[in-house]
Design a protein around this ligand. Sequence first.
Ligand SMILES: *Cc1c(COP(=O)(O)O)cnc(C)c1O
Length: 393
Amino acid sequence: MSLEDKHDETKAIRIQAERSHNREHSVPLYLTSSFIYEDAEQMRAAFADEIDINIYTRFSNPNSDEFVAKMCALEGAEAGFPTASGMAAIFASFAALLKTGDDILVCRSIFGATHTLLNKVMTRFGITHTYVELHDTANWEKYIKPNTKMLFVETPTNPGVEIIDLEWLGKFAQQHKLILNVDNCFATPMLQKPIEFGADIVVHSATKYLDGQGRVLGGIVLGKKELIKDVYSFCRSTGPSISPFNAWVLSKSLETLSLRMERHSENALKLATFLEGSSEVEKVRYPFLPSHPSYAIAKKQMKMGGGIVAFNIKGGLERGKRFLDSLDFCSMTANLGDAKTIVSHPASTTHGKLNPAEQLLAGVEPGMIRISTGLENAIDIIGDITQALERSK
Ligand SMILES: *Cc1c(COP(=O)(O)O)cnc(C)c1O
């Protein structure tokens, strides 16, 4: 049976680890730290990389292999390596593919921990970065130095839900011989496939939509075979590998990814449309709202708008915190991409370590609220947001 010509929904369900002699329908959990050999010759060949079999769970395991196989099929990647978290994936993609003296061109609107990784960790190893503004692509060329090796972006961005033109990015990276590394966490391959536009590497926090139920941490680095070879050997020697249990959960989660992304997107569009009509709200950002500055680009590269909506509440920082305190069932928590609707206030939390000027550059305004729209009934989500807007006045 070949699944190559099948659609994403089918691949996400039907790709699975080879059946054992027990003829299981659903893939079992392989809780084993190592694997045995038929004889000493097979063991030698395995260690010499002459045969491709599991050796040790830090390197590979049937559960993590299955998760990788599904993700490769969905993203259109040649290879991948799964990690214990999204940050481990991002770190591995930097550390494995760059060396001391290299510079990363980074879009300033990125996840808070990625900022910290670049500023506090990578710099200690002599890997520097240059921030570029998303709206200033016309001038990006000016920031390319002889040692610029990688271009790292998120689209849609966290938390401002800004959009970068992937087709343009792919050409720009190729023209300047940069490794294009895209954090595809917000869209997932069900809505957007950066590799189709020329991305060399795609990283994910699987903790978010890929799991989708707030249960496990995980990450993955995907891309061209020759690049992933370096990521593999970096990870094999440094040990950020995913646990078989988390990989097993994530493989199961992928079976419902397409359905979930559709519902997240439908609910988010309803919520964004409602917010745009509210007198308590200043600016709503959602890729599939015609008022989004990059609406046309979003429509071109995304199948649907995704689950994240950002808006500015009138009254700034204090009202933003009051709004969170006024919620009835929507959760106040650090995660996103969960079945449960999650509301956060980036200026006082995830981006709280940046000074106000840096916050504005990262697209974080004091009254900005980020909603990760869940899978509850849209009427109930909008109901909770409505009453919290009232009560926080
Ligand atoms: C959460 C997140 C990460 C980090 O992932 P973890 O699994 O928490 O380590 C990276 N990028 C984006 C866009 C995220 O939202």
